[in-house]
Design a protein around this ligand. Sequence first.
Ligand SMILES: [Mg+2]
Length: 285
Amino acid sequence: MAPLILEDPATDDAKTNSRNTADRRTITDKATLLQERKLVLLVDLDHTMLHTTSKQFEGDYEEGLFQVDHGRRLFTVMLRPHHDRFLAVMSCYFELHVVSKCMRSYASSLLEHLDPEQRYFGNRVYTREDLPNESKFELMLKLFPDGYEHVVAIDDRRSVWSHMINQYRVSAYRYFTSGYFGLNDVISAKMPDLVDDEQLLEAERFLIDVHERFFSSYDKGTAKSTTELFTEVHEERKMSKQIAKMSVMEENMPDGAKEIPFPEHQGLKCDEADNCDKNKENVNQ
Ligand SMILES: [Mg+2]
């Protein structure tokens, strides 16, 4: 089926120019995607897939670290742990699009490292220049005018998505810290006490769960939207956490405290038939 092309609806000329530009972006239509058992995943860059500093970096080279020369400024970038696995796995389940508030040229520089062979995003890259009113949510409505029940997003910020439910929120990834060291030097360094960041692994599990539920309901003819499924999965996970928490609390209790004590009636415990009879006798006296 013919792919959907993002067009500027302003004028016919603009449409023609848009079609003729080399960087036009295509979106596979929903029916084709569903046939391929795929949904759509909109991916934020900064603080979601990587962290950037524009300050002079003083630290050792580590895998995932690179520098980008952009507009006479040198940026140092660190890719988030597990980014490569996340993109490879997600691309089996979703059609991936970049939706970022950074400038297009800057995003292109980042993608040379994040997706050097254009295997995951292709030309599906939307940046500040594409965002109506700087809103990612409004862009999504424009990209999917017939409904976004098969679309999900991953981002560290909720507000840019108008707090839509089908957005998976990761905590902001921060590798660099910055500050004033000396009179005029502004430098950045690696964050102290960096802990293992497994946000993308957790996101992977969540999004695959949503994907499986989507097609399970779709195959039964009772298709659920990703919004419904996000609510469902969040609620189930919340419930599981509460149950796990209660189990841990119970395990940590002293042995005697694990059992619910029998009630007492007039000094005798109601734990055996004999005692119950004695209680009754006492009551009847
Ligand atoms: Mg971000």
